[in-house]
Write a protein that binds this ligand. Structure first.
Ligand code: SAM
Length: 251
């Protein structure tokens, strides 16, 4: 598929800032259903200002880091486990952001930063890999200064279910979807620590449509129909979508 066709397939009026980035750049770099749209959705409900220090945890190919640095003028530590920093540095240099986006290789439980260093932490499509542990927020939040923000977006459910999966999703279910949770689950998970105040815990409006649009465009581009798009069409937003949570660290 040529790049202009891909641009058309990924037009999405909910994300006007993302629209200026090349669809090919997004498809080639993304490791999940469009981190650039999700970064825009998070940036819309966080207070991100020029010069702030932001940890982008589980940044993958650092697309969200590039987006946040360009759109909000923040300085980003683009931190990931699976993607090596030299690979991300190439993308950062290409974007002309080598002074403001710093690729770091680290495991989420062994972060090489000083306590209170960051104004904000964001995590896109990644926090559910390491953050469902009750004790993890206590570890992570210490890297944020008091009053600083934490914002996450990842695949999630409309509500928690006693028995998983809901019958209509049974043919598609993977065991590790057990880490997908509802906004109220995440709110309680964070609030029960007493360490943060949750400001937002919601489902991204029309998040399932974004996810489906993304998968259909990627499937068309690669010429391989994907089972995930079929799952999203079957569900039609009843259960699946993106959960977004924003909190600030208590003093
Ligand atoms: C599905 S990818 C999403 C990447 C990127 N945010 C995106 O949306 O394209 C999940 C990312 O989480 C990161 N990750 C998973 N477990 C991690 C851990 N224990 N510590 C640090 N990063 C981790 C992986 O390295 C991977 O890049």
């Amino acid at each position: 598929m040529d790049d202009s066709e891909l641009d058309v397939l990924l037009r999405n009026e909910r994300y006007p800032r993302s629209a200026v980035y090349s669809a090919r750049w997004m498809v080639d770099g993304a490791m999940g259903p469009n981190p650039v749209w999700q970064a825009e959705a998070l940036g819309g409900v966080m207070r991100l200002e020029s010069g702030m220090r932001v940890l982008d945890l589980g940044c993958g190919s650092a697309l969200s880091s590039v987006f946040l640095a360009k759109e909000f003028g923040v300085e980003v530590w683009a931190t990931d486990l699976w993607v090596k920093p030299d690979e991300n540095l190439g993308r950062v240099v290409e974007a002309g952001l080598q002074d403001r986006v710093h690729p770091v290789h680290a495991e989420a439980h062994a972060l090489p930063f000083a306590d209170g260093f960051f104004d904000a932490v964001v995590s896109i499509g990644a926090y559910h890999y390491f953050g469902t542990d009750d004790l993890y927020l206590g570890y992570l939040s210490r890297f944020v200064k008091p009053g600083g923000q934490l914002g996450i977006v990842q695949p999630g459910l409309a509500e928690e279910y006693e028995t998983l999966p809901p019958p209509h999703l049974a043919p598609y279910w993977h065991w590790d979807f057990c880490a997908w949770h509802s906004p109220s689950w995440w709110r309680r998970h964070w609030e029960k620590t007493g360490l943060v105040t949750v400001e937002v815990a919601d489902r991204l409006p029309d998040g399932w449509r974004d996810w489906l649009q993304w998968n259909e465009a990627c499937d068309q581009d690669s010429g391989t129909p994907g089972i995930e798009a079929e799952m999203l069409r079957t569900d039609a937003g009843q259960t699946l979508g993106f959960t977004r949570v924003v909190a600030h660290r208590n003093s």
